[in-house]
Design a protein around this ligand. Structure first.
Ligand code: A3P
Length: 302
């Protein structure tokens, strides 16, 4: 049977209120076997909101800002693997193992990531691990998602940006609904094991956020260690670093760099170059509706 693709009506499967890509949905029953530890750090994010960026920062902080932690060894995907996904391995990267199995064997501080909403993430992880969540303006998220879905053969997506705007605003998109995802974490922001930032905030004030995050993680970092973390998690550094720039997926044809690199623009407001006035009006109406319907999100502006 050919693998399911985005245009198949049953490609997205609802799991505890979160619409999951079919291939990842198949892995979810294994999540209950996962034993979180209080020393674990779980990065959580809706897709295309800065997950990889924050994963690199968290991994460097967990390793006391040591540049070698990110410049040597395995690709970031292995160092901060997705709970709900498999990781490729072997010389040809043609074999796959559940990230969970890889994590189970690890000692010390474990760092992992999930695109699941807070309700769909195993509750033991939500309660026992440290949770670091990032969110992003939905307009830039949609543009980033469009290029990623076009470039990546995972989705078999050949639609237009207009179609994706339609899909996201009718809450039919991976890990959606977008605002359900955001609200599920935002509600927990005062918990002592939850840290929340945004792509825009991290862009504006990376040093300050990295420092706050280091304190949240219980790290007593020197200025020099913070500086290294800041430097190596910078967009251009991560784009050039073969261990963080997803080059391994490009080299095996999973991501077509001619359509879009994983490290595309790394900007705030890139949507202005892509949205027509109609698309913008549609997204604005959807944002306004969701903010009005979700009082827990009061105070957030997009
Ligand atoms: P763009 O497509 O807008 O460039 P995710 O990791 O959640 O899939 O998000 C990918 C988005 O984060 C892409 O956005 C990518 O360029 C951006 N990104 C990745 N690393 C970054 C960094 N170090 N600084 C700024 N943006 C980064």
């Amino acid at each position: 049977k050919p693998p399911k693709v985005y245009s198949d009506p049953d490609y997205l499967v609802e799991y505890k209120g979160c619409k999951v890509n079919y291939p990842f949905y198949l892995n979810l029953d294994q999540l209950d076997t996962f034993e979180p530890r209080s020393t674990d750090v779980c990065v959580a994010a809706f897709p295309k909101t800065g997950t990889t960026w924050l994963s690199a920062i968290v991994y460097m902080l967990a390793n006391d800002g040591d540049p070698q932690s990110i410049l040597t060894g395995a690709p970031l995907k292995f160092k901060v693997p997705y709970l709900e996904m498999t990781i490729p391995y072997g010389d040809e990267l043609d074999q796959e193992m559940m990230a969970l199995d890889h994590l189970k064997k690890q000692d010390g501080v474990r760092t992992y990531v999930t695109h699941l909403s807070a309700k769909a993430t195993p509750q033991r992880v939500m309660n026992e691990a440290k949770i670091v969540y990032i969110y992003r303006n939905p307009k830039d998220t949609i543009v980033s998602m469009y290029y990623f879905m076009r470039a990546s053969m995972w989705f078999g997506f050949h639609g237009t940006m207009e179609q994706l705007v339609d899909d996201v605003t009718r809450d039919h998109c991976m890990n959606g609904p977008f605002f359900e995802h955001l609200e599920s974490f935002w509600k927990l922001r005062n918990r002592s094991n939850v840290f929340i930032t945004s792509y825009e905030e991290l862009m504006k004030e990376p040093r300050g956020i990295i420092k706050k995050l280091s304190m949240f993680l219980g790290k007593n970092m020197t200025e020099a260690q913070l500086e290294e973390t800041l430097h190596y998690s910078n967009f251009s550094q991560m784009k050039e670093n073969p261990l963080t720039n997803m080059a391994e997926f490009e080299s095996i044809g999973i991501i077509n760099p001619k359509v879009a690199r994983f490290f595309r623009t790394g900007q705030v407001g890139n949507w202005k170059k892509h949205f027509t006035p109609e698309m913008n009006a549609k997204v604005d109406a959807w944002i306004a509706k969701n903010l009005a319907e979700r009082p827990d999100l009061a105070g957030l502006k997009f």
